[in-house]
Design a protein around this ligand. Structure first.
Ligand SMILES: [Zn+2]
Length: 584
């Protein structure tokens, strides 16, 4: 642990407390607490009697008495009356369990969590402590979560309470340790947030490191308070150490983390780190959001950026680097000299930049990654769709392969109505695009081929024709047809016609590393113009941060990302010596 951490005023909270939690002792301690209360507060005994304080036969007796009093009809000891009294006993026991003080406290704390009532939660905690209620992990985690959410206090206009609440969070944690309640990931993440809100990133980082001692795997959220704290306080060494720790723990930073590191590196003039982080953004995020684009613009507009770069370089080596890295990036560092020129621009249909006229490249997707993606999709679809999916796969083997798949429900929608005419146009346009003029595969829900417009004679005829030539598959009532069209398009490595941006829950299961790349290469979108249906083919270039062999960069932003508004790119160029040759 770094000496920096040891100087933290809160260090003792997290290091001097023994971390041994034998469960039996905890249980014994809790029973002792209740036994004492049984003698002193006799009223409470009655209230909490039917669960833990009386032997089970006493409980049965009490419940039978209650049963007899309320059920004169079943007074005789017939099997049905036994059954009835058993049910009543269960009901009473359930009610008593609900009324148990720890369960009442749990419910009340959950309500505080739901409505963000941190002050009320602290009052409940104090009350429970003075009443001797035994708190478990859930109680502590809710309390720590509330104490670690200072935004709740800010919105309630109680800024002066902030420091009090944060300190109380630490005090509650200390009590948790005294009570020998074992922490989990949520506990540590809340504590790291408390440390973060106290502007103590060293403490937040030390907590993440401690998670390993308890075999708790840190998550991306666990690192946030430390990483953002170091970045905010312009402490590059701390931030880079957190970054290395994340990589070593197989936690992949996402855009907010990479963007914060990029801003820090830019602010402290670490040009090498800025270069490295742009590459990491390229690899994991591919296209940047507006806040990150602003950070990148600030860097290229800075004096430090205009000062870095090789005036001369080995052209062959740079070209070789681009080939070795699969295209779109050479990785040889900053090239060129002088001020950078920044323009927000667009890219035409052929991949040529509107501003500098450079042509962007198309980076092939890795065949191995495609295969892995296809098998994980098959596994997920089989789990979600179950038996029906097996039938679909058999059907595909019989009628495939296809050059294109159509998401019929999406393509047939015209002004909120389903139009077979529109779908038919799309089907025959896609057939024209096929090298062998093969019919595309149309996926439609059974409802669409049996109900509503499907009953009109012309449409019935059309459905019949498509079915007979093995181009139409009707998905069962109980299944989500998204699985079918996506699976078929991935299975046949073919085009997929849909305007569905594939961002909902189902598609999130596929992850955000490979799926966006697959989509970019295979999705055909459509629009309706005065000239009828227009198809928008996948771009002949890759929508990813690209570095060209003269050192210029093209950075796609997420601004404008549909058919009407073309994607906005950041074109970054600088004057270069065109007579460059094989030396630095
Ligand atoms: Zn350009």
């Amino acid at each position: 642990m770094s000496s920096l951490v040891k100087t933290s005023p809160f260090f003792l909270y997290f290091t001097k407390i023994p971390w041994v939690f034998p469960c039996q002792n905890t249980l014994r301690a809790s029973l002792q607490t209740y036994s004492c209360r049984s003698i002193v507060f006799s009223k409470n005994i009655l209230k909490y009697s039917c669960n833990s304080y009386f032997p089970i036969h006493t409980v049965r007796y009490l419940c039978n008495v209650a049963s007899a009093a309320t059920s004169s009809v079943h007074a005789s000891s017939t099997p049905s009356s036994n059954k009835g009294s058993y049910k009543l006993r269960k009901k009473l026991m359930k009610k008593d369990s609900r009324d148990a003080p720890e369960n009442v406290l749990r419910y009340k704390l959950d309500m505080c969590s739901k409505y963000g009532q941190v002050v009320k939660a602290l009052e409940l905690y104090d009350e429970a402590r003075s009443d001797g209620v035994q708190l478990i992990l859930h109680h502590y985690n809710v309390l720590l979560y509330l104490c670690s959410s200072p935004s709740l206090l800010e919105t309630s206009g109680a800024n002066n309470l902030l420091s009090v609440v944060l300190s109380r969070g630490l005090e509650i944690y200390q009590q948790m340790i005294t009570d020998k309640v074992s922490p989990n990931e949520a506990t540590f993440t809340s504590l790291a947030r408390i440390a973060g809100a106290m502007d103590d990133p060293e403490m937040a980082f030390s907590l993440v490191k401690q998670m390993e001692d308890y075999h708790i795997a840190p998550r991306l959220r666990s690192y946030g308070p430390a990483l953002f704290g170091f970045c905010r306080k312009l402490m590059p060494e701390g931030a880079y150490e957190v970054d290395s720790h994340m990589l070593a723990s197989a936690v992949e930073p996402e855009e907010p983390e990479l963007s914060a590191l990029l801003k820090l590196s830019s602010d402290v003039k670490r040009a090498d780190k800025v270069y490295e982080l742009l590459h990491r953004l390229r690899r994991t995020v591919r296209q940047v959001s507006e806040p990150t684009a602003k950070v990148i613009e600030d860097w290229f507009n800075s004096e430090s950026a205009s000062e870095v770069g090789k005036k001369h370089w080995d052209v062959d080596k740079v070209r070789e680097g681009i080939v070795r890295r699969g295209g779109g990036w050479h990785g040889e560092g900053w090239l060129g000299s002088g001020k950078w020129r920044l323009v927000r621009t667009g890219i035409d249909d052929n991949g040529v930049c509107h501003s500098c006229a450079q042509k962007l490249v198309c980076i092939d997707i890795d065949p191995k990654e495609t295969e892995d993606f296809a098998s994980s999709l098959t596994k997920l679809a089989n789990q979600r769709v179950k038996d029906n999916f097996g039938k679909f796969r058999v059907w595909l083997e019989k009628h495939g392969p296809f050059d294109a798949v159509i998401d019929g429900a999406n393509v047939g929608i015209e002004n909120d109505h389903f139009s077979f005419i529109q779908l038919k146009r799309a089907v025959y346009r896609m057939r024209e695009l096929s090298p062998s003029k093969k019919m595309p595969l149309i996926i439609l829900h059974t409802r669409r081929v049996t109900e509503g417009p499907a009953r009109y004679p012309n449409n019935m005829k059309l459905i019949e024709i498509w079915k007979n030539c093995g181009a139409l598959y009707a998905t069962p009532y109980t299944s989500n047809d998204d699985w079918y069209w996506l699976y078929a398009a991935v299975r046949f490595k073919c085009l997929l016609l849909t305007n569905d941006e594939m961002r909902d829950h189902l598609f999130q299961l596929l992850g955000n590393t490979f799926f966006p790349q697959w989509k970019e290469k295979h999705q055909v979108r459509w629009s309706i113009s005065r000239n009828g249906l227009k198809l928008h083919m996948p771009p002949p270039y890759s929508i990813v941060i690209q570095e060209s062999e003269n050192g210029s960069l093209h950075i796609p932003t997420t601004t404008g990302d549909d058919i009407e508004t073309p994607k906005q790119w950041l074109c970054v160029t600088r004057p270069t010596n065109t007579s460059k040759s094989g030396f630095e």
